[in-house]
Design a protein around this ligand. Structure first.
Ligand code: FPP
Length: 227
């Protein structure tokens, strides 16, 4: 049997460049990027093999951006979730998050909880938004939790203690926007992931290009350390 792209994780990069190339403000790129989130999620929900789609929407380092851009992203997220919740339900998409959302506004946290609650029985696709997420922090917190319980630290026990344990290992890790780095995203979970990098800026990314990645993934020979 070929490889199944059960869990796809995407670093959505290039929104800012997409906008500045057009003489627009960076935030316009995020707006367009949100449309791509919608298109790709809908496509993934109809794809029989994809069960989990994890999207890096806000990293622990993104707080360093100008306040105006951070505020815009927060408002965009809240309004996106509010508007899209019926579509999530229609497409059978369960909404989840990873990362520490405690620093977010009451309004955004309330909306996140509402969308999670409204979609909790959807079972065609799980869309996980990584929000204020950092992988090293996730691993350190899992290790600290195990130590506090007096538990032994093994690969299995640590894997089980991660916040992301319920979503399983990543099969395809894709980054748009031309950079070739992981930027502290799902490091543990991507131990055996197949990596893909594209020059395409996130607002220009299409379901057709995702399908090309999936086809290439199926042809790769995954050995998981064997021969
Ligand atoms: C990277 O582009 C993108 C982000 C930091 C934010 C991702 C946000 C979205 C795709 C839109 C909102 C998300 C949802 C779920 C509604 P960049 O700004 O770093 O681009 P650049 O490298 O060209 O500057």
């Amino acid at each position: 049997m070929g490889n199944l792209p059960r869990h796809i994780a995407i670093i959505m990069d290039g929104n800012g460049r997409w906008a500045t190339e057009r003489g627009l403000k960076r935030v316009k790129g995020h707006e367009k990027g949100a449309e791509t989130v919608r298109t790709i999620t809908t496509y993934a929900s109809r794809h029989p093999e994809i069960e989990v789609l994890t999207l890096y929407a806000f990293s622990t380092e993104n707080w360093r951006r100008p306040k105006m851009e951070v505020d815009f992203l927060m408002r965009l997220l809240a309004s996106y979730l509010k508007k899209e919740t019926p579509t999530y339900i229609e497409n059978g998409v369960r909404f989840e998050t990873i990362g520490d959302i405690s620093r977010f506004s009451d309004n955004l946290r309330r909306q996140i909880e509402e969308t999670k609650e409204a979609t909790k029985r959807c079972d065609r696709l799980t869309q996980v938004l990584a929000l204020n997420y950092g992988s090293q922090d996730e691993i350190a917190r899992a290790a600290a939790k195990l130590c506090a319980k007096g538990g032994e630290i093994t690969v299995e026990s640590l894997s089980r203690s991660l916040e992301t344990a319920r979503f399983g290992p990543v099969d395809i890790l894709l980054r748009t926007g031309g950079e070739q780095r992981l930027s502290n995203f799902l490091l543990w979970q991507s131990a055996y992931a197949e990596l893909f990098f594209t020059q395409t800026l996130w607002p220009d990314f299409t379901p057709e290009e995702l399908e090309t990645v999936i086809e290439a993934f199926k042809k790769r020979h995954r050995r998981f350390g064997g021969v």
